[in-house]
Write a protein of this length. Structure first.
Lengths: 412, 289
């Protein structure tokens, strides 16, 4: 009792102080017991931003013709979007493993090194243009990458960070699910962290094997508070990444590594403002007989199967590319199902408890009267992807699997 | 003897109380007592089933009030954990605000009734919303400090554009703000603690790590969690850090350490690590015995 020992306060003064405090606490308790409770109707507030709706039509901005008319890959147009956005917005910082051109910035300036810019070169040239304090390598620690991004975004910055492979997102899972997705809702809107996490995802790599081929998007669509985007082509990737960067919610931006440099889905550079709102599917090909709902690398495979179904069976498949998984375009699904009455939901991820299970359940519930047949799913086997290509080919859904499903459903 | 010491106090003898005046010592006591009595009141309310959870900061008060006095609310940033009641009171959270969270009231400034009591959050004071997960606040505190440095070096980042997220997020920085983050000694077992101090060390960030060592993680004693039983000995070789290990039940010793730690951080030399030995006077939470 230093105050007593050193003669700063005598026992009477201490008693008075303590009584004052006791009274402060007691009366505060009394007041709060009369405080109004939250309304049940407020529960959904602040799951996502109440200020900016990334599904809004107002965000849609058309592509413009530029002098650069050459067809570009998905990797190119993602890189172009990042460049354009970083020029526009000084708050964007980019970090992750290997995303810098080099951690020795001097060597870059002296022309001694080419520059890496990511294991798939998605961030190539960004450090060169914007500097080492805006584009830099992080330590080999995914939780650190995502967690620091959360802290930065809380202060108003826009971190666009990278998780090198979806297969290694798991160390960051705690930060993604318990922190990033939840911060706004748990603070009742007091804090938020609109971070973009870019992740290379998926297989069909011929030797990618267990730990470079994973999908698992349903785990994140099942986490309220985070948006999940999964484009299938270069133009969509560019326009959706723009929306992801400009929006006020955390976004998981899944980039299918097999699609990075495919011939399918290339497009000319659409200009620096091209944007696609979330929750808007793309009708890849129209058809009256059957609906196929999919996304990502299954889109080109489903298109091949649909073309085969048309020419060999006279079956016209209405092919919907969801593009964003959370939110997703229920309206487009309903329009299609009401038109065709037959549905296949297809995805690369494993069948059981996958993304398709949710869509199918909702179709069976809300569009039951429009169905002429059971709703089917085509997806990977319930195993991880094996190294030996003949095994991978059997595990992952192929155009043949999709064609067979279309044929069978057509006969029901 | 007492007369001599009192005279010294009146002369403002800096060494005796690490620069604290008698009025500040009284304030320290008041805040410690206020924290304890708030815990006691919550325990009473829990017994009456008027609140639904209780986790106390009893035994940690001295260290935390000292920290609060060495830092600036609304200027510095704070990532506390659930035993940091005394810190939050020192920074300016009121007892009423805390109890509103305990009863789950609509006007609860921290969470609108969505989080348990002692899950501090107060935007006005720069206390960032906490989860129940231990240690996850550490890497976030690092990012918060990085942002402060970035904003100071990039004035263009203050721009707000209509139609995108920046319209709703004003930025602010001071140039020398410190980010406080605290955790219990058991929580230093989590990998993210090591990720955070590594990044803070490498990047020389002004993050003040405070380990509140009460010897127990629920029922698990410190030597099971920490090899050698003392976290300070393990982290001692991280570059760029200011280190202090103190008796966290002595507010003056704690305050002396914090003022030095904060000075180190504000000067841009790097992060700081204050390891305070405290006691966990009550159980882990009301659900523990």
């Amino acid at each position: 009792m230093r105050l007593l020992r050193d003669g700063i306060l005598d026992p009477a003064a201490i008693n008075r102080l303590e009584q004052e405090v006791d009274e402060e606490v007691r009366s505060a308790a009394e007041r709060v017991l009369r405080a109004a409770l939250p309304e049940v109707g407020s529960i959904q507030r602040h799951v996502y931003s109440e200020d900016l709706d990334p599904t809004s039509e107002k965000l849609a901005t058309p592509a413009v013709q530029t002098p650069d008319a050459q067809e570009r890959t998905m990797a190119d147009l993602i890189n172009a979007c990042m460049k354009d956005e970083m020029q526009r917005d000084a708050r964007i910082v980019v970090f992750g493993q290997d995303v810098a051109d080099t951690s020795h910035d001097q060597e870059l300036r002296q022309g001694l090194v080419k520059g890496k810019g990511g294991v798939f070169k998605l961030t190539s040239g960004l450090q060169r243009e914007f500097g080492a304090d805006r584009v830099y390598n992080a330590r080999l620690a995914e939780a650190d990458i995502v967690g620091r991004a959360i802290g930065m975004a809380t202060r108003g910055l826009k971190p666009v960070v990278e998780v090198q492979f979806f297969d290694y997102i798991w160390p960051a899972m705690h930060q993604l699910r318990n922190e990033l997705s939840l911060l706004r809702w748990r603070s009742n809107g007091g804090y938020s962290a609109p971070v973009v996490v870019r992740v290379a995802i998926g297989g069909y790599l011929t030797g990618g094997s267990v730990y470079h081929s994973q999908c698992g998007e349903s785990i994140f669509t099942h986490t309220p508070g985070i948006r999940v985007v999964f484009p299938s082509n270069a133009l969509d990737a560019n326009g959706l990444l723009r929306t992801a960067i400009r929006c006020d919610d955390p976004v998981l931006f899944f980039e299918h590594k097999r699609l990075y440099r495919e011939t399918y889905g290339r497009a000319a550079y659409p200009g620096a403002s091209f944007a696609i709102p979330f929750g808007k599917a793309n009708l890849v090909r129209p058809g009256k007989d059957m609906t196929l709902i999919t996304y990502g690398a299954v889109v080109p495979r489903a298109l091949r199967a649909a073309q085969q179904a048309s020419s060999e069976l006279g079956l016209e498949v209405d092919l919907l590319d969801l593009r964003t998984l959370s939110p997703y375009d229920w309206e487009a699904i309903a329009i299609s199902v009401k038109k065709t009455g037959r549905v296949i939901v297809a995805h690369e991820d494993m069948l059981s408890w996958g993304y398709g299970a949710e869509i199918v359940a909702r179709i069976a519930d809300e569009l039951f009267e429009y169905l002429d047949a059971p709703v089917k799913r085509v997806a990977a086997m319930d195993t991880f992807v094996a190294y030996q290509p003949i095994l991978e080919d059997a595990i992952l859904p192929q155009p043949d699997d999709l064609f067979r499903a279309m044929a069978e459903l057509g006969k029901y | 003897m007492a007369k001599t010491i009192t005279a010294s106090i009146e002369q403002g003898n800096a060494e005796l109380y690490a620069g604290l005046t008698p009025a500040q010592l009284i304030r320290i006591y008041r805040l410690m007592y206020l924290s304890r009595r708030t815990d006691d009141r919550e325990i009473l309310l829990k017994r009456q089933q008027k609140i639904f959870f209780q986790v106390s900061g009893a035994g940690h008060e001295a260290l935390l009030v000292a920290a609060g006095l060495a830092l600036k609310p609304g200027y510095d940033w704070f990532y506390p954990y659930y035993r940091d009641r005394a810190l939050c009171l020192t920074l300016g959270n009121t007892v009423e605000e805390m109890l509103l969270q305990s009863v789950g009231a609509a006007s609860d400034v921290a969470s609108g009734g969505r989080q348990m009591p002692s899950h501090w959050s107060n935007p006005r004071l720069h206390i960032v919303s906490q989860s129940s997960s231990v240690t996850t606040q550490c890497v976030q505190a690092v990012g918060c400090a990085e942002a402060g440095r970035y904003l100071a070096g990039h004035p263009a980042a203050a721009e707000q554009r209509p139609g995108d997220y920046s319209a709703f997020k004003a930025t602010e920085f001071q140039g020398d703000e410190v980010v406080y983050v605290s955790l219990g000694e058991g929580a230093t077992s989590e990998g993210e603690f090591w990720e955070a101090i590594s990044s803070a060390s490498n990047l020389r960030l002004p993050v003040l790590f405070v380990v509140e060592d009460n010897g127990y993680a629920i029922s698990v004693p410190v030597e099971v969690n920490t090899p050698g039983g003392n976290i300070s000995r393990l982290v001692a070789n991280f570059p760029n850090f200011f280190f202090a290990e103190v008796d966290g039940t002595d507010p003056v010793e704690s305050y002396a350490a914090f003022t030095q730690a904060v000075k180190h951080c504000r000067s841009g030399k790097g992060p700081a690590f204050v390891h305070g030995h405290v006691i966990r006077q009550y159980s882990h939470s009301f659900s523990d015995d």
